[in-house]
Every structure is written in structure tokens, then in C-alpha cells.
Design a protein around this ligand. Structure first.
Ligand code: ADP
Length: 297
């Protein structure tokens, strides 16, 4: 009797848990459906060289009649470094998803080398355009597993080459297990900076043409900060880099700044041009940041 009572209680607790998680599961299923609906087809034209990226009057709506991006017009030349800034909710993440081909513009087109990216084979596009998220997302497994990230064709030499580019190799050499080191639950066996560099290595391993990086908002250790800057400095020779910048200092080294606000591209130009224009949002941001730091110029 007692045992069956205790089992009964357990069933009750489990059923309550199932009920409480049901809305989240439904939301997840909706989200997966919306990604699937907007997916770029797996088969398509060969990308070849990505060339210049052009946003041609790009707009996007998650819900009909409620645009979160509208009328975006911009050209990003090959090997250009672009910093994207804008307040939270201005559409930076959505723009990145459009460039990655995870979502399709509801109006306008994204062109690469004059061709709509919708026409490209999805597999090739995701090799050419890679993304480093703001917070490292590591999987359970070794450093090599995390750099390879489910791509069977990636050799050990490629893994090491990417780690060297991301300035992670020196750290890996210091581990007795080398690339076989388990990263631990949530990457807990690595420092925040090492995790970030690992994600950069993962993005670089298949030699992309465009690297999109969402800058971490939380401070990294000084060495990692310096190494990541060094990596970006080296990469700018070979690929287009788009950085969602959360710190103004990051914009010191970009060729072009794009300012988003409420889904519109309100300014773009070089750092010098935007800083020199007293009516620009960027000028205002610089002035506010200097005032906050007590810098008078
Ligand atoms: P940012 O990255 O600049 O913070 P986002 O691109 O995340 O901006 O969001 C732009 C707008 O789109 C916001 O108003 C946000 O609420 C909305 N949004 C973002 N993701 C979704 C989604 N999956 N479904 C509906 N609305 C969304």
C-alpha cells in the first residue's frame, strides 16, 4: 500500500512537470517550424566566390504587418570590416539571421556577387558565411569535437590550423590531453576567453569568406581580448568581417559602421565621417561615452 502510494505521488509530480513544460515545448515546436519554413533549400546554385554583399531594400516581418527591418540598403565590399551597432531590439540579430540564410527577407533581396543568396545551396552557404555567437555555445566533448562541430570532413590538421588562427593552439599545447581535452559541462573546463577563441576556431575551420561575430558583452580576460583582436587583424586580409559591436572601442578598427535603429539603417560610413558629423547618432554616442568616462576633448 505504502509503496503504491509513493509511486502514485511520483506520477502526480511527473504529470505536473509535464503540464508546466508543455507551453515551452509548444513554443519550441513553433520556432522550429518557422525556421524550417524559412530555410534556404539544400540544393541550389554553387556559390563560388561570395564577392560583395548587397542589401537591396531588405525588409523582414516576424508577424505580418509588423516590420522589424525595413528598407535596408548597404553594400559590403569583399574583405571589408563592418561594425554594426544599434540599441537592443533594433534588428541586429535578425539581420545576422538573414545574412546566414536562416531567415528569408519578406521584402527585398540579399545579394552576394550580384546573385540572390536564396538561390545558393544551403550547405555551401553555411560554409562560406559563419557566425560566432555572443556567448560561447559548447557541446559535451573534446576541444577537437567542438571545433569540428559535427562536420565529418574536417581533418585534424584543419582543426589545428583553425586553432592556430584563433590563437587557441598555444593554450591547447599546455593541456596534457591536447585537443582531446574534455571541455566539461557548458565548457566549464575552459576559461571564458578560451571558449570564445574556440568558437572563433570553429567558425574558421572551413575557411569562410564572411565571418560574423557578435561581440561578447561581458569582459574577457585581457590576454584573450588581445588575442582576439590580433586574430581579427590577421583575418581582415582574407575575409569580410561583420562585427555586432557592443563596445565603441571595437569600432576603432572597422572600415565601415552601420547604425540600426527600430529596424532601419539610419547611418553608415567610416568612423571618421560619422564622428565628424555633429548630427549623427554615432557622434552623440561618442560624446555620451566620453562624458561618462570624464574625457574632455
Ligand atoms: P537586436 O539583436 O538588435 O536586439 P532583434 O533582431 O533580436 O534585435 O529584434 C528585432 C525585433 O524583432 C524586436 O522587436 C524583437 O522583439 C523582434 N523579434 C526578434 N525575434 C523574434 C521572434 N522570433 N519572433 C517575433 N519577434 C521577434
Amino acid at each position: 500500500m505504502l509503496r503504491s502510494l509513493s509511486y502514485g505521488q511520483q506520477i502526480q509530480v511527473s504529470s505536473a512537470t509535464i503540464h508546466s513544460t508543455q507551453p515551452y515545448v509548444a513554443e519550441l515546436a513553433d520556432e522550429i517550424d518557422s525556421y524550417r519554413a524559412a530555410a534556404v533549400p539544400a540544393t541550389g546554385a554553387s556559390v563560388g566566390s561570395v564577392g560583395a554583399l548587397v542589401l537591396e531594400d531588405v525588409g523582414f516581418e516576424y508577424h505580418e504587418g509588423q516590420p522589424v527591418l525595413s528598407g535596408l540598403v548597404a553594400t559590403i565590399a569583399p574583405c571589408e570590416v563592418v561594425g554594426v551597432i544599434g540599441p537592443s531590439g533594433s534588428g541586429k540579430t535578425t539581420l545576422v539571421q538573414l545574412l546566414l540564410g536562416l531567415r528569408t527577407p519578406t521584402s527585398g533581396r540579399v545579394l552576394a556577387d550580384g546573385r540572390d543568396i536564396r538561390s545558393f545551396g544551403r550547405r555551401e552557404w553555411v560554409r562560406k558565411v559563419t557566425f560566432v555567437p555572443q556567448n560561447p555555445k559548447l557541446i559535451r566533448g573534446t576541444i577537437a569535437d567542438n571545433i569540428r562541430f559535427f562536420r565529418d570532413g574536417v581533418s585534424d590538421a584543419q582543426v589545428e590550423q583553425a586553432a592556430r588562427l584563433a590563437h587557441l593552439h598555444e593554450d591547447v599545447e599546455g593541456f596534457p590531453e591536447g585537443y582531446g581535452r574534455d571541455v566539461g559541462e557548458g565548457g566549464g573546463q575552459l576559461s571564458g576567453g578560451q571558449q570564445q577563441r574556440l568558437c572563433i576556431a570553429r567558425a574558421l575551420v572551413e575557411d569562410p569568406d564572411i565571418l560574423i561575430l557578435d561581440e561578447p558583452t561581458s569582459a574577457l580576460d585581457m590576454r584573450s581580448e588581445h588575442l582576439i583582436r590580433q586574430t581579427l587583424g590577421q583575418l581582415r586580409e582574407d575575409m569580410t568581417i561583420i562585427i555586432i559591436a557592443h563596445r565603441l572601442s571595437t569600432l576603432d578598427r572597422v572600415d565601415q559602421i552601420v547604425v540600426l535603429d527600430h529596424g532601419r539603417l539610419i547611418e553608415h560610413g567610416t568612423r571618421e565621417d560619422l564622428a565628424a558629423d555633429p548630427s549623427s547618432r554615432f557622434h552623440h554616442l561618442l560624446a555620451t561615452s566620453r562624458a561618462a568616462q570624464g574625457v574632455v576633448r
